[in-house]
Design a protein around this ligand. Structure first.
Ligand code: NAD
Length: 377
């Protein structure tokens, strides 16, 4: 089969790690008889330098035409002086929006071979860890009505804030005030729920839905929709957990989780917490999905300007992102498993990039790591 993949490598270590992921995809292609056609496009600082725009239309069009997009990382000191829409980091936010990607999938994986790299006790992760956090990406408090207002004599001219003050029976002190609004529609909750239940079916059949339904109206609606959706997935176990408890349980007993589904803000916080359990940022992939099979796949790390161009970056996050691309956008599960098994073999044989290097291991650079992982396929 032939597949079209848009490649937006970006800045810093972005192009270095993406090259290694492409190397692994090519080997998968040879072994399994597929042709991957790459359409490389500029994004981030590299796009600013040549077009003045961090996300040129040509790049968006190429992503829209593709079966899936492999993204590297954007940003760096050369563009730190730029503001607002001109910043390289805006490219990824705008791209997700342009492509209608509302579900962010962040696996927290600890390979058994790296159990000692986690800050958690060895006993907790002796057999590794494999959690998938499904975060709603385009709604909630980050996108709801927001603003600032001036309070005078306990009142404000701002409509929404006035209503809040009346409703809460408050008489706030004069001065500045600000508000953000958590807002979710039934259909936004439903579609992220469908993603989570569908993912659980491909894994260990368990969803924990995280909310604060003891205090938030949006969470009560969230819980109600998850419950009704559960009727369509009776083979998947559903549990509800308050966000504060979930934050604690992730540290206390991370292996109790399979799929976690949650809102934009809780997902933002919990996925960063979960990534820290795993030890190195250079190991973690992610996917952003919308309706249909298309998805954008990227390592969770940034452009790491401190190590860029030095052959020091760990390409595993990008290679595992390519594995997610194979699994979720191209429905090539055996091929995805082969890429993940090759990473596992690389670690088992004792090879390590500097970020995960131990005294006894064999230290390799970015390119050699990619070569070895490709060879293990
Ligand atoms: P970062 O993730 O780039 O780096 C944090 C630390 O982790 C650095 O010490 C870096 O060397 C190390 N690191 C990151 N990836 C690694 C890898 N694959 N192998 C080994 N070590 C790795 O975060 P930062 O330093 O806060 O940000 C640097 C730039 O990246 C900034 O311009 C930031 O805005 C941007 N950024 C972009 C994205 C994105 O493109 N999605 C995400 C986060 C940050």
């Amino acid at each position: 089969m032939k597949y079209d993949i848009a490649v937006t490598a970006g800045d810093g270590i972005g192009p270095e790690v993406t090259d290694e992921a492409v190397k692994v995809l090519n080997r998968i292609g040879e072994r399994f008889g597929h042709v991957f056609r790459y359409d490389r496009k500029l994004v981030g600082g590299a796009a600013i330098d040549s077009t003045g725009n961090p996300l040129p239309d040509e790049t968006v069009d190429a992503c829209k035409r593709s079966d899936a997009t492999l993204f590297g990382a954007v940003g760096g000191p050369a563009w730190d002086g730029l503001r607002g829409e001109l910043r390289p980091e805006q490219a990824i936010l705008r791209l997700r929006k342009e492509l209608g990607l509302y579900a962010n999938l962040r696996p927290a994986i600890v390979f058994e071979e790296l159990s000692d790299a986690s800050p958690l006790k060895y006993e907790l992760l002796e057999e590794g860890l494999d959690i998938l956090i499904v975060r709603e990406l385009t709604g909630g408090i980050y996108f709801g009505p927001k603003g600032t207002a001036e309070i005078e004599n306990g009142r404000t001219k701002d409509g929404i804030l006035s209503a809040c003050i009346d409703e809460g029976n408050m008489r706030p002190a004069d001065g500045r005030a600000a508000y953000d609004t958590e807002f979710y529609t039934e259909s936004e909750i439903r579609r992220i729920g469908v993603t989570a239940f569908a993912m659980a079916r491909k894994r260990r059949n368990k969803v924990v839905s995280v909310d604060k339904s003891n205090v938030l109206e949006t969470s009560r609606l969230w819980r109600e929709i998850m419950e009704s959706l559960h009727e369509e997935y009776p083979d998947v176990k559903l549990e509800h957990m308050y966000a504060d408890n979930a934050a604690m349980q992730l540290i206390r007993d991370p292996n109790q989780f399979d799929v976690i589904v949650t809102s934009n803000m809780f997902g933002d916080i919990l996925s960063d917490e979960a990534s820290q359990i795993t030890g190195s940022i250079g190991m973690l992939p992610s996917a952003s999905l919308g309706d249909g099979n298309f998805g954008l796949y990227e390592p969770i790390h940034g452009s790491a300007p401190d190590i860029a161009g030095k052959d020091l970056a760990n390409p595993i996050a990008s290679i595992l992102s390519a594995a997610m691309l194979l699994r979720y956008s191209l429905s090539l599960a055996d091929e995805a498993n082969a890429a993940e098994a090759a990473v596992s073999k690389f670690l088992k044989k004792g090879f390590r990039t500097p970020d995960i290097c131990a005294d006894w291991s064999v230290r390799v650079g970015t390119r050699e790591a990619g070569d070895l992982i490709a060879d293990f396929i």
